[in-house]
Design a binder for this molecule. Structure first.
Ligand SMILES: Nc1ncnc2c1ncn2[C@@H]1O[C@H](COP(=O)(O)OP(=O)(O)OP(=O)(O)O)[C@@H](O)[C@H]1O
Ligand SMILES: [Mg+2]
Length: 361
């Protein structure tokens, strides 16, 4: 019994006998399939370049007059407009079959074993698998874009709170300090109130310090005033002060002009990496090094601590590590963490500074 449904099929086959057989099998299983037939790579290229709606499936013979084997597979997968490609071949080479599957082919069928039913099953499985993968890809894209939006909102919110703490609350405390100084001038020199005022001034000064620190942690003013390199240098010097660990920041390149979004994400990655080193690494040496590598910015955060266990590295619950990877994804980069027991950890981030969207704010 023929099966219904939209079946828009491209058969790429140069042998007329083989095509006739495939066509017969398709007609046996599918009601009114739309079959297009080409017999060379060139013709396939032509039909795929002018077609507006993609094919549901492509059946590909592995040896065509103008292209064969792996280059043919790679070529067709590339121009397939996302249609699943099923390879039909006369050669029983299992290794090649496996390799072709990893090149993006949906299925690999031997012509000798081909029946109407096996062909139909392969078509149904391949299209269904493609549908599920596409749905997954779409949902992953949505999740990514949602994460990007959330990240932006979070950074904006932090920035706003930092500004308000600094400007509003900071001003209030500075005002209070001035009032206390005025008060001190007005009380008598021997007044017993004077030491009390001094204590309050001391407390207010502490308060101002703490406020500055909170505001800086929320959004380092240096990042906006002097840019990424100065902000990372500050981060490293704060880390050194806090932990006493020998730490160094050095950049072999001038600071490139990059977007604020890129700057803040790189800064946050360095911040999380240093926090992790403080909490977990037991390191005695830490370096953040920035260099130019093949027209890209390579940022490396290196510690000589106890290293991260493989299982931890791949643990989906390692939220701090995952966050770093996610931030790198958000800026179109890739984070690489290499670590081995007692040999420390190297976190590498490669940034394409020529990318249009990385330059504009
Ligand atoms: N530089 C490092 N050296 C040694 N171990 C590390 C280092 N960085 C991370 N780890 C290990 O990896 C684990 C996961 O790190 P992650 O940042 O994801 O979580 P966390 O720091 O424990 O918690 P969170 O970041 O959520 O507050 C840590 O618990 C620690 O065992
Ligand atoms: Mg952490």
């Amino acid at each position: 019994m023929a099966n219904k449904g939209d079946h828009n099929i491209l058969v790429i086959e140069d042998n007329p006998g083989d095509f006739a057989l495939v066509e017969e099998f398709l007609l046996e299983q599918i009601e009114a399939p739309l079959i297009s037939h080409v017999s060379s790579y060139k013709e396939a290229e032509n039909i795929l370049s002018v077609k507006e709606d993609p094919f549901d499936i492509i059946l590909l013979d592995l040896s065509l007059p103008d292209k064969t084997g792996m280059p043919l597979i790679q070529g067709i997968v590339e121009i397939s407009l996302n249609a699943p490609v099923i390879v039909l071949t006369g050669y029983a080479d299992l290794n090649f079959g496996v390799k072709s599957l990893s090149s993006g082919v949906a299925d690999y069928i031997l012509k000798d074993e081909l029946t109407a039913l096996s062909l139909y099953k392969s078509i149904v499985y391949s299209t269904e698998r493609k549908r599920i993968t596409s749905a997954l890809e779409t949902s992953e894209k949505r999740a990514r874009s949602f994460a990007r939006q959330l990240n932006n909102i979070l950074e904006e919110e932090r920035s706003r709170i930092a500004r308000e703490i600094h400007d509003e609350f900071g001003q209030q405390l500075s005002g209070l300090k001035m009032s206390l100084s005025a008060l001190k001038k007005n009380v008598g020199v021997d007044s017993s109130v004077e030491p009390v005022i001094d204590t309050i001034v001391g407390d207010v000064n502490n308060g101002i310090q703490i406020l500055r620190q909170i505001a800086n942690e929320l959004r380092p003013a240096l990042l906006d005033k002097l840019g990424l390199f100065a902000a990372i240098e500050w981060l490293v010097s704060e880390f050194k002060k806090r932990t006493g660990v020998a730490s160094r920041f050095y950049a072999d390149v001038n600071q490139p002009v990059i977007s604020k979004m890129l700057e803040i994400n790189i800064f946050r990655i360095c911040q999380e990496a240093l926090t992790n080193i403080t909490k977990h690494a037991e390191a005695s040496m830490v370096n953040i090094h920035i260099e130019n590598k093949n027209e890209r910015l390579l940022i490396r955060i290196i510690d000589n601590g106890k290293g991260i266990k493989d299982a931890t590295l791949h643990n989906p619950l390692s939220m701090g590590l995952l966050n770093m990877v996610e931030r790198a994804n958000l800026i179109g980069s890739k984070l690489n963490i290499s670590s081995s027991a007692d040999k420390g950890t190297i976190i590498e981030l490669m940034i394409n500074t020529n990318d249009e969207k990385n330059i504009n704010s």
